[in-house]
Write a protein that binds this ligand. Structure first.
Ligand code: GLU
Length: 507
């Protein structure tokens, strides 16, 4: 099987927005496939009509697209193995379910939900747990217990039935996981899972998933750890369908854990703990809104980088990787076995790293609407220059306004602590002198201004730090911000003089 074409699938159920754990699964599949020139397939597993949520499929497509994942085959993209949505493949599955009954690996079960509930309650009252398995399947109304003519009659009459897998009573099942190695399970611990239901003429996840992975010639199944307990059943299904030799290889990814490290990061944690757990904002059919990384101001490349390192690393200390590098470096051998703790602060750190590397024009296009909403209309070149000066101090573009508003609006208050510390003694008088020095200056470029101001301070033997801080107080209103002369160049001579005057009058 080593020469097999690499084909992986991401197979979400459209039961709601994609959680970041699901996005990570999609990314690992994508890296794995692309590194080896394989195909990434998006299959929509919508056989559970009860849990279907409108809008979820579209959300999945948008989220993968935002992350930069290019789907080779899928509902929208098409492909030679379609359809790629299970509800559109419904005719395919019954044959396989019937084949399993014929070859003795599955059986019809006619018990109703009420009957099953009654048996369950009875078991509970006796202190036992009910499991639908070898111990009961011949006592309940199934094709294993009923006479031939009655089975026929019930099927023809249209009674409701399900087809269940006939799990062997006691057999050691050995499965292999690319991350965890060999795992042995005795079949006596497993129940007879439903494979197909006559009520909605649909397969369950287990049958549809195995049939589709086989027909779509999937080479590797890379999915969340929550599916590991299903692997023995899946092995048995491949065997029962005669497909053992071509079954895919399996890799089950470790969980994403809560920031505290205890327990799985759940869909509800975002609202509770104050960070998004979804890539994009999600509006439920009921109108509830859940935050998304995109809307919170994360760059998709920062998000992808951050998420990729939760469960995998290249084996050294590097942390910043482009999509191309992730594809190049990714390997399942370097995926960890234990869960990875999600750290919202680290997510912010990644965004800040990426923000620094964005071009000023790109940042400007994101910042301009924020400026407009604050009533500021300025020249684009000026904004580009400003973006260049502040981007090192920001985590999100939404921080830009607070970091830069003094470029557009003169301060109307002055940081108290800095006033107390610097605006004293002869300093106010010296700032008046500084104003005169600046008044005479025509070349208002940052470097020219810096030279004359510094020369003047040296010549007068004034304390550099104190003077510069008083200067900053007048221009910015507080004691932090980018280089003073860069600021003056941008706001211009008149504004600089005006702010110095105002400062001298009102501080
Ligand atoms: N439909 C399953 C899910 O929602 C797919 C699991 C698998 O990849 O086999 O996670």
């Amino acid at each position: 099987m080593s020469n097999r074409k690499i084909r992986v699938r991401f197979a979400p159920s459209p039961t709601g927005p994609l959680h970041i754990g699901g996005v990570r699964t999609a990314l690992y599949n994508y890296f794995f496939a692309k590194k080896q020139g394989g195909n990434f397939i998006l299959r929509i597993e919508d056989t559970d009509s009860q849990r279907f949520v409108p809008g979820a499929e579209e959300y999945i497509n948008k989220a993968l697209n935002w992350c930069g994942i290019k789907i080779d085959e899928g509902v929208r993209e098409g492909g030679a193995y379609g359809p790629y949505k299970q509800s559109e493949r419904r005719e395919i599955y019954l044959n396989y379910a019937e084949q399993l009954v014929k070859n003795g690996n599955a059986y019809y079960a006619f018990d109703t939900a009420e009957e099953l509930n009654a048996i369950r309650s009875q078991y509970e009252s006796e202190g036992k747990t009910f499991s639908y398995n070898y111990s009961v399947r011949e006592k309940l109304p199934t094709s294993l217990s009923l006479p031939e003519n009655e089975i026929k009659e019930r099927l023809e009459r249209g009674d409701n039935w399900v087809i269940r897998f006939k799990m062997p009573e006691s057999e050691e099942i050995i499965v292999n996981d690319l991350i965890r190695g060999e795992i042995k399970v005795n079949s006596c611990t497993l129940d007879d899972k439903v494979l197909y239901k006559s009520s909605d003429k649909l397969p369950t996840y287990h049958l549809a998933n195995i049939v589709d992975d086989h027909l779509m010639e999937i080479s590797h199944v890379i999915r969340g750890e929550e599916w590991l307990p299903s692997l023995p059943l899946h092995y048995k299904l491949y065997e029962a369908l005669g497909w053992s030799d071509t079954k895919p290889e399996f890799a089950h990814l470790p969980l994403l854990l809560k920031p505290t490290g205890s327990g799985k990061l759940s869909k509800r944690d975002g609202d509770k703990l104050g960070f998004p757990v979804f890539p994009l904002e999600w509006k439920s059919p009921e109108g509830d809104i859940s935050r998304g990384y995109r809307e919170d101001g994360y760059f998709p490349d920062a998000f992808v980088n951050m998420l990729s390192l939760l469960g995998w690393n290249p084996g050294d200390e590097r942390e910043i990787f482009s999509m191309e590098e992730l594809i190049e470096l990714f390997s399942l051998e370097k995926v960890g076995k234990s869960g990875s703790r999600f750290d919202p602060e680290k997510a912010k750190w990644f965004n800040a790293q990426y923000l620094k590397t964005k071009s000023n024009p790109e940042l400007t296009s994101l910042f301009l609407p924020i400026l407009n909403s604050n009533g500021i209309n300025v020249d684009k070149n000026k904004v580009e220059h400003i973006c260049g000066l502040i981007k090192d101090r920001a985590t999100f573009v939404s921080d830009f306004w607070e970091l830069s508003k003094f470029f557009f609006i003169a301060p109307d208050s002055y940081e108290e602590k800095a006033v107390k510390k610097f605006w004293k003694g002869e300093n106010p008088q010296r700032i008046s002198e500084l104003m005169e020095v600046i008044q005479k200056q025509d070349d208002f470029s940052s470097s020219a201004l810096e030279k004359i101001v510094h020369d003047w301070i040296h010549e007068k033997e004034y304390p550099m730090g104190q003077i510069m801080n008083c200067f900053r107080l007048c221009i910015v209103g507080e004691s932090k911000g980018p280089n003073m002369f860069d600021i003056c160049e941008i706001i211009g001579k008149d504004e600089t003089i005006g702010r110095l005057e105002k400062g001298i009058d009102s501080i």
